[in-house]
Design a binder for this molecule. Structure first.
Ligand SMILES: [Zn+2]
Length: 155
């Protein structure tokens, strides 16, 4: 962080603590070049995430697609829809908190599996069995359509 007094870029953090609103971190900084002291606030930025496919292709993260695949895996399972919403929000927050704008599609699949495993074993197995066969493939829509026939055959 550049010193606002002398422009030196090599400033030091003396103290970090949550701000009163608890949605930001307050940092006291010190500039060794001029002795200046200043404060910065760091906030979570809800960024636009980019998914990196196994092919290397980039695509904007689409929450709806994620939601669709999870809802299909949870079809006919006794899970409260509100709980599903919370779960999806939780996954998105986890993706955002990875600290990178670029996320490997594989990483998303793993986080989804981990979350489903905690909530519903049947849904986890549904998702994982399709996902594991799918790692070489690339298209999430195709992934969702492959997940669907598997469910229909269980009827
Ligand atoms: Zn300075």
């Amino acid at each position: 962080m550049r010193c606002p007094f002398c422009g030196n870029i090599d400033t030091q953090v003396k103290d970090s603590r949550p701000a009163e609103d608890h949605v930001s971190i307050r940092r006291r900084r010190f500039c060794p070049a001029c002795g200046g002291r200043f404060t910065t606030y760091e906030r979570v930025q809800l960024r636009d995430l980019v998914v990196i496919k196994t092919s290397g292709r980039r695509e904007d993260f689409d929450r709806d697609k994620l939601e669709r695949s999870i809802r299909i895996a949870l079809q006919k399972r006794p899970i409260d829809p509100e709980r599903v919403d919370q779960m999806i929000s939780g996954i998105v927050r986890r993706l955002e908190s990875l600290g990178e704008t670029d996320i490997q599609s594989k990483q998303i699949g793993e986080i989804v599996m981990e979350t489903l495993a905690r909530i519903d074993t049947v849904a986890y197995v549904r998702f994982a069995s399709v996902y594991k066969n799918f790692q070489a493939a690339d298209d999430f829509d195709k992934f969702v359509s492959e997940l669907r026939p598997g469910l229909q055959s269980e009827k």
